[in-house]
Design a protein around this ligand. Structure first.
Ligand code: ADP
Length: 215
């Protein structure tokens, strides 16, 4: 379970973790002996490892490995869930689609966000608020295409299929958006474009939470 260990740990701290894992309970004297260092040298390492919850220090018993506790296992599981496994179908329209037709799509597909394509590649995003803003401003929804009101590239926050659910959740929170287009990069005549292969929304992430809670 090396994956639960943050990479900031030093080589010696990782060695200590391995020793404790296979020899628990083990005293600091015994660890020091195995590493051929003094107990004083080990003290800061052991302090860091117990404070970060990797090791458990029991008086008169020694050190125990606690990296397998339920919280760590849940954290580990969350990091294993990939976007490609939880994404849903994207709702897309071409940039020439009128606001009226895009709003109809929003209702028919029961979604809050539509991804806008230009020549089949990601060009922008339109959300409920974008439509409301334009309707309130008196825009003629039968004439204006979504391409004129969308949030456009390169300002679109995207997710990749190989990223984790946790990474998607962090992007959604950091950028205060409801969903992310899941994309794959494609090169056309030396230029990079995004093919939209899915959608990750707060709903997908909530489902993950429910699944974890039910396990
Ligand atoms: P809502 O309009 O339902 O509150 P959002 O909070 O997702 O939906 O959208 C707020 C704004 O952010 C809108 O202007 C929308 O165009 C934009 N937006 C939505 N998703 C993204 C994204 N993935 N990347 C960049 N901008 C986005």
């Amino acid at each position: 379970m090396r994956e639960v260990i943050p990479i900031e740990f030093t080589e010696r701290q990782l060695k200590i973790i391995d020793i404790v894992k296979s020899h628990e309970p083990i005293t600091s004297e015994q660890i020091a002996k195995m590493l051929k260092v003094t107990r004083a040298t080990l003290r800061p390492d052991l302090a860091i490892l117990t404070m970060s919850g990797i090791l458990d220090a029991r008086p008169k018993v020694g050190y125990l490995y606690s990296g397998n506790n339920p919280i760590n296992l849940i954290a580990e599981r969350i990091k294993q869930i990939k976007i490609k496994d939880i994404k849903s179908m994207p709702v897309v329209v071409d940039e020439q689609t009128t606001l009226y037709d895009a709003i109809v799509t929003l209702f028919l597909e029961d979604t809050g966000t539509i991804f806008v394509l230009s020549n089949g590649y990601l060009a922008g995003v339109v959300s409920r608020k974008d439509f409301l803003k334009n309707i309130m401003g008196g825009t003629d929804i039968n004439k204006i295409p979504v391409g004129l009101i969308m949030t456009r590239m390169p300002n679109i926050i995207v997710a990749y299929p190989y990223e984790t659910a946790l990474e998607a959740a962090i992007k959604i929170i950091d950028h205060e958006v409801d969903s992310l287009p899941v994309v794959e990069k494609e090169k056309v005549q030396g230029k990079e474009y995004y093919k939209v292969v899915g959608r990750i929304s707060k709903t997908n992430l909530t489902k993950v939470l429910v699944e974890l809670g039910n396990q």
